[in-house]
Write a protein that binds this ligand. Sequence first.
Ligand code: ADE
Ligand code: ZN
Length: 337
Amino acid sequence: MTLNALAAALPKAELHLHIEGSLEPELMFELARRNRIDIPFASVEDVRAAYNFSNLQSFLDIYYQGMGVLQTEQDFYDLTSAYLKRAQMDNVRHVEIFFDPQGHTDRGIAFETVIGGICRALKDGEADFGISSRLIMCFLRHLSEAAAFETLAEAAPFLDHIAGVGLDSSEIGHPPSKFQRVFDKAREMGLKTVAHAGEEGPPEYIWEALDLLKVERIDHGNAALGDTRLVARLAKEKIALTMCPLSNLKLCVLEDVARHPLKELMQAGLTVTVNSDDPSYFGGYVNANYEAIIDPLELGREDIIQLAKNSVNASFLDAAAKAQLICEIDKTARQFI
Ligand code: ADE
Ligand code: ZN
């Protein structure tokens, strides 16, 4: 049995997944046809050929354009269902899904349409695919603090369906401090907080996410390695990093996956997890992300089991659900001795 087979078979959680980034070109075409929207591509192959990115912004430009085909509640349902169906094949048992409401409300789509379709699919997905979920609403950091406050107000009637808030989009020039007051308000409303930090930005943005936004997890966090005080703090406070190797490669955060900081950070005592970020755009779902790092980082059997357990322990599941999944990880691992 190979280590790739072990990683693929282990039950796992995915904690860093933008639902809009799971829009496969085939579904993009179907929705464009259904909604009579023109897209600047002649074929599915044409779309895939355009996925050649030089940095985060070059991806975001295409990502925001791609989500334009999402119009109706059924579109958001179909998008989310397709992701869950695919995630089940990778033995994902729990997912914490990001969504970008401002990417839709700014195009005239009602907040209710977006959250309605996603939540209906998540509910059906639990029954059909055995995948539990939490929803995390992200603020687009290139937009203003006022716009984030408006989005938080729009979310207020739906708090039963939203576990937390996050921060994504163009990182450099938009530090976490810009959203300190929004995150204060979100925490007052009972929401958990996470933030993208240290993907392209400096370690200072990770410090700010911890000190000002009081996040429970850092999304990416690549820049932590190299700041020894920060690494020590993340280890001591057990703040997990949700890392995304194929995303980092595609967005040129790294030149070579063998230089990915995941293993070194793990050896320094951090809780790191493996995730797919925007799988349709970056060439792979969660198991492909494990596969991309196993050989180059010389991960061993125990590392892989630890990564799967980290994904469960760093999730927002309750203690009983975590214990159950950890038990299932151990049981599956025993079949691979
Ligand atoms: N939105 C979707 N994917 C993202 C990423 N990798 N970084 C920042 N914002 C994003
Ligand atoms: Zn992300």
